[in-house]
Structures are given as C-alpha cells and as structure tokens.
Design a protein around this ligand. Structure first.
Ligand code: DGL
Length: 273
C-alpha cells in the first residue's frame, strides 16, 4: 500500500487507555487521520510477560500496517516498555513508544533530581524509565511504584471518588516521603485521575503526562520525515476504531473521554495476524 502524508497514523493499546494518547494526537495534530486498535480481548497487559506482550504487539503492528498507516504509536506504556525494540526491528515505518518522551521531559523538569514513576507492574518492573532517565542524567534518582488498582478504578469511572483518593494516598505515600519533585504518569489511564494524583501529591510536584509529550514528538517526527498531513480539511470519518472484543463497551468509554463522537467500532480477530 502506498504511504504518503495523507495516510493515517496507527495507535494501539491494550484497551481503552490509549485513547488518552489518541486524544492528544487529535488535539495537537488535527489534520491527522488515526486508525486505533484496542486489544480489549487480551487486556490487561500490565500483568503479562514480556514474551506475550511482544507477540501481541507484533500482531497488532501487522494489522495496522495492513491498514496503510504511515507511523505507529504504541500508546500502551507496558507494550512500549516490553515490545518497542522488537517491533521497531525491521519496521519500514517509524514506531514510537510513550516512555522516552515522558522521561525526557521529567529529566528536564526535575530540580532536586528525584523523579517518581507510577505504572503497571510490568512497566515498573522493567526499570525502563530509570534506564532512560539515568542515560539523560546520571545524577537522577528514580523511584518507581506500581499502582495496579488505578486501572480498574478508572475503568469503573471512579475518577473523582473517595475510594480512588484513599488508594492513591496509600500508593503514593512512599513517593511523597522520598520528596520527589517530578512524577511521570507512566500508564495510559493515569491522566484521567490526574486531579486525584495532584490532590495527593500537592501542587509543587510536576506531573508529566507522556500522552501529551508523545503527540508533540509524533508531530516532530512526521515533520522531519515530510509525512505531516498539511491538508486543511479533515475527512468526514478521520478516526477508525478497531477492537478485539466488546466493541460497544469500548465505544461508550471512548465517547466519554474523546472530543469527538465515535460512531462505529469494529471487532476484528487479532489472532489471525
Ligand atoms: N495500557 C496499559 C499501560 O499503559 C494499562 C492497562 C493494562 O494493564 O493493559 O501500561
């Protein structure tokens, strides 16, 4: 399939969480078309092994390439941590993850050189943020904390709820005690409870949202490769959504957080890829 500036960008995640990244791409690159895939049949990724996540990510990239995408954004932090290198290998189109851009901003923002990272068990145990951050500045101390209950709380819609505040208070206690001044929201769902995290961490801690930073990085990359869509007018249906299960539930969640009305979500058999 011929790829040019008007080809869509592929975005994928284990489910609905990556919509926080798609949302930033819609806001910051309004001329770009998007093909989104949410692996709703195999979510969560955060508690699965590296080998499994690499296999899933390869299948999804295969599917997205078949849709004629010009670049792929791995919106899922766990998949970025485990599978970015594997899917980049031999890829004829650029593939971006969400870890590096968040780490870069955190390294720039921290003053006391104490950076916290929160994410799934997989992302935190991979130690990938610490790896990037120390490469950028060896003086930085990185304190990671897995917060597995945040994902179900967000999916339950308990974004501003006393239970979520209580869970956040317990998870974030150690990061507060260690006096971090910068916190990376290293999971797709966490920007949706940003205000709760802000309430618990206090005003002084800088919260880094990798979804926003990744959208800016994508823009730069497309510009550099002369692949940025410069067309003024968007098509009638610029965003296509695919899932591996529960298409209607996905659509409902998408409509609750996107600045765009999702009319159709299509279920596909990802195991075929
Ligand atoms: N999308 C995942 C991430 O950002 C969170 C949900 C999951 O565990 O699949 O790591």
């Amino acid at each position: 399939m011929k790829i040019d500036k008007t080809s869509p960008v592929g975005v994928f995640d284990s489910g609905v969480g990556g919509l926080t990244v798609a949302r930033e791409i819609m806001r910051n690159l309004p001329s770009e078309k998007i093909v989104y895939f949410g692996d709703t049949a195999r979510v969560p990724y955060g508690s699965k092994s590296k080998d499994t996540i690499i296999r899933y990510s390869r299948q999804i990239c295969h599917f997205l390439k078949e849709q004629g995408v010009k670049a792929i954004v791995i919106a899922c932090n766990t998949a970025s941590a485990f599978a970015l290198d594997a899917v980049k290998e031999n890829s004829e189109i650029p593939v971006l993850g969400v870890i590096e851009s968040g780490a870069r901003v955190a390294a720039k923002e921290t003053v006391n050189k104490k950076v916290g990272v929160i994410g799934t068990v997989g992302t935190i145990s991979s130690g990938i943020h610490a790896e990037y951050l120390r490469r950028l500045n060896p003086e930085i101390t990185v304190i990671g904390k897995a917060c597995p209950l945040f994902v179900p709380l967000v999916e339950e819609g308990w974004l501003h709820d006393p239970v979520t505040v209580e869970v956040a208070t317990r998870y974030l206690k150690e990061l507060k005690q260690k006096e971090i001044d910068t916190l990376i929201l290293g999971c797709t769902h966490y920007p949706l409870i940003r205000s709760t995290i802000r309430e618990v961490m206090g005003e002084k801690v800088r919260l880094v949202n990798p979804a926003y930073e990744t959208a800016l990085e994508l823009k730069e990359l497309l510009q550099k490769m002369d692949l940025l869509n410069t067309e003024e007018k968007q098509e009638d249906f610029p965003y296509r959504f695919y899932v591996s299960d529960l298409a209607d539930e996905f659509k409902d969640f998408a409509n609750s957080i996107l600045p765009y009305d999702v009319e159709m979500t299509k279920k596909i058999d990802i195991e075929k890829y």
